[in-house]
Design a protein around this ligand. Structure first.
Ligand code: SAH
Ligand code: SF4
Ligand code: F3S
Length: 470
């Protein structure tokens, strides 16, 4: 990798769209409407990528279906973040031998972060002969070319060459919702936290031009989207690779100036780069949700150093305290890893005291999983698995207690929420901070903001009712 970002030219995108047209004509000639199923694992980046894959498939004439059985194309968009995530994919991939046997013209593709690892690609080549094509995240925009080759030649096709990473604009995207939208503002990661596979499978950090992002958000708002989540592995370093004089806080401000009734959120923020300017910008704009996902990973400064996180416990707490002081009622969430190699009982206790101090609304908790090729995978790790499980259970118990207490504090409060769907006989809504509320009401309310009074709370969610107007 030479670290240089390639900008994929419009003609290159157009030639992919021409492949789509060719595939569409191929099916049309046979009077067949082909079907495709896309299964997504992992984070929001993958969700957003799957929307692009579906967009390309629709362009190629495919109807999107909800199961692999009988589908002409199956795409597994995979995650490599932990061993368990990968095992699930291999298991589900194995089961596709049966769907293919029952529907022999089925073509199976594997993409996403697992496809960025050489040993995974080798394993697919050798042990999963029913997989027709593999492409890493760098090659997603070439999916039409891969599909065409598989379809017209029957040859297994691999687009997995390691690339510095590119920026592609103008790909079709089939969004899952008309109400909420993911908008990728940057790709890749430069941080190389010692436990993490992402920089290896998604390449170097590269930002989209602010004009392109703004135009996309503008179009979304014009089309009725009410909730936009800006995506990147480390949104706070947005723009550092471009010479445009616009940092992440400036970008947020520009998006917040788009006329209309909508909310902006973002993830993920790296604590090292989260600045006072960012928190002040959030505080100043009613359109920026007062919600912050700020992964701390460990409460011990020694472990944070071994993780290569570039902040310590004290600076993390200072930042959180500042954010809370300028945004009262801020909803804070985080990621944490227990059982990092060499983590002692005392260091684990520092994680517990940190969550007790910060009082997160909710936490994503993980047990360290060694990823081949990362520095942490070869660190000395004497703590037995049972001990790590015990720490994990204790962490979850402490956090569940905090979440429940914080949720109880909502009872009796009235909040403006976006009503976004249904769950059985209930409507579902999200508070500005992203908490789930269930309530009774008419389906015609879906898509609108409404004042909701909270009447009940559990560890995980809230119940409420529409606030009666005087
Ligand atoms: N870019 C984000 C995180 C993306 S991965 C950030 O830096 O905050 C999502 C979460 O998965 C991480 O925050 C971390 O808590 C967890 N994670 C990543 N690699 C892991 C590993 N090898 N074992 C266990 N958890 C891991
Ligand atoms: Fe992984 Fe660290 Fe990058 Fe997040 S910031 S994606 S944890 S390397
Ligand atoms: Fe997984 Fe890749 Fe996201 S490894 S967490 S899908 S960036």
């Amino acid at each position: 990798m030479n670290g240089k970002t390639t900008v994929i030219q419009q003609e290159q995108v157009n030639s992919q769209l021409a492949f789509c047209a060719e595939i569409k004509a191929f099916w049309l000639e046979q009077n067949i409407t082909p079907t495709a199923y896309v299964e997504t694992y992992g984070c929001q980046q993958n969700e957003a990528d799957s929307e692009r894959i579906r967009g390309l498939l629709i362009e190629a004439g495919y109807a999107i279906v909800q199961e692999a059985e009988g589908a002409d194309v199956v795409v597994m968009n995979t995650c490599a973040i932990r061993e368990h995530a990968q095992q699930r994919v291999f298991g589900n991939l194995g089961a596709l031998t049966h769907t293919k046997r029952r529907h022999p013209r089925q073509k199976i593709f594997l993409c996403g972060c697992m496809a960025g690892q050489e040993q995974v690609v080798t394993r697919i080549k050798n042990s999963y002969p029913h997989v027709d094509g593999v492409f890493s995240t760098h090659h997603l925009w070439q999916f039409p070319e891969i599909l065409r080759r598989v379809l017209f030649t029957g040859k297994r096709t691999y687009f997995t060459a390691d690339e510095p990473g590119s920026i592609v604009e103008g790909l079709p995207q089939q969004r899952d919702s008309g109400l909420k939208a993911w908008v990728s503002i940057m790709y890749g990661c430069n941080n190389f936290c010692t436990y993490c596979i992402v920089p290896y499978v998604r390449g170097r950090e590269r930002s989209r031009k602010w004009e392109d992002i703004l135009a996309e958000c503008q179009a979304l708002v014009e089309n009725g989207v009410k909730d936009i989540t800006l995506l990147g592995q480390n949104v706070n370093s947005y723009g550092k690779d471009l010479d445009q004089g616009v940092d992440f806080a400036d970008l947020l401000k520009k998006i917040a100036e788009i006329p209309g009734d909508f909310l902006i959120r973002f993830m993920t923020s790296h604590p090292r780069d989260a600045s006072k300017k960012l928190f002040d910008t959030m505080a100043a704009s009613p359109k920026i949700a007062k919600q912050l996902h700020l992964p701390f990973q460990s409460g011990s400064s020694r472990v944070l150093k071994a993780m290569n996180r570039h902040y310590d416990r004290e600076t993390y707490l200072e930042k959180v305290n500042y954010a809370k002081s300028v945004m009262p009622g801020l909803v804070l969430t985080s990621d944490v890893i227990v059982g990092f190699p060499g983590e002692t009982e005392e260091e684990f206790e520092e994680t517990i005291t940190l969550i007790e101090q910060v009082r997160y609304d909710s936490l994503f908790t993980f047990i360290f999983s060694p990823r081949p090729g990362t520095p942490a995978a070869s660190m000395d790790d004497p703590t037995p698995k049972e001990e790590k499980n015990r720490r994990f259970d204790r962490l979850c118990a402490v956090q569940n207690g905090i979440s429940e207490e914080l949720h109880k504090e909502y009872i009796g409060k009235t909040m403006r929420c976006l009503i976004d769907g249904t769950d059985k006989e209930f409507l579902t809504a999200r508070t500005e901070g992203g908490r789930l509320v269930r309530l009774m009401g008419d389906k015609s309310l879906i898509g609108s903001f409404a004042d909701i009074t909270v009447t009940g709370a559990t560890t995980w969610s809230l119940t409420g009712k529409l606030t009666e107007k005087d």
